[in-house]
Design a protein around this ligand. Sequence first.
Ligand code: BG6
Ligand code: MG
Length: 213
Amino acid sequence: MKKGFVFDLDGVITDTAKFHYIAWKNLAKSLGILIDETFNETLKGISRMDSLDKILAYGKRENDFTLAEKKSLAQKKNDEYVTLLADLSEKDLLPGVHDFLVQAKERNIPCSIASASKNAPMILEKLGVLAYFGHIVDPETLKKGKPDPEIFIKAAESINVEPKDAVGFEDAQAGIDGIKAAGMYAVGISSTETLQGADLQVASMTELNVDQF
Ligand code: BG6
Ligand code: MG
């Protein structure tokens, strides 16, 4: 039996990817850059500043802004993103997530969050599930983002579980790569993408139960 669960947030616990996409698309458009959903896939799991760098490179504008200007662009994107999250509540938990968290709690299996999002604590609070997590890794403390394993190793350590005894849940390829590099069991959750290297892939958490691990 595995001893701990490490969750990504965006795309696993709630579907915020659509809001990230709207906010990035609008920011990119204001800079004369058009992004589509295929490009957006490459932003999943990637930090805010790295996402901005990818968008600027995509639009061949990577040398047009100072660091201060880029910080202000990232802030503008986040302001719109947070506005889009205003009505987020328990109804926005993805199917199967609440039941899984309740089961884990009943069996005393600790859970933690490995998300690149600096908005994670606020989002989990709005979703009403903050109390299920023993720890949320602060992305500010990371040397490298996903696909580096650092965030997953920290998330497992934070709940006193060795990576080999932990299961990681991810919807993005960068996340699956990080989980595997950390030496953990990787569960991919996606109904649209094939996640390479996942030990198990499901379309939704409704297909999972704690005892199978
Ligand atoms: C990840 C998302 O979870 O968090 C990315 O998949 C996002 O799309 C990243 O860029 C950072 O999020 P935030 O909320 O700090 O801008
Ligand atoms: Mg994700």
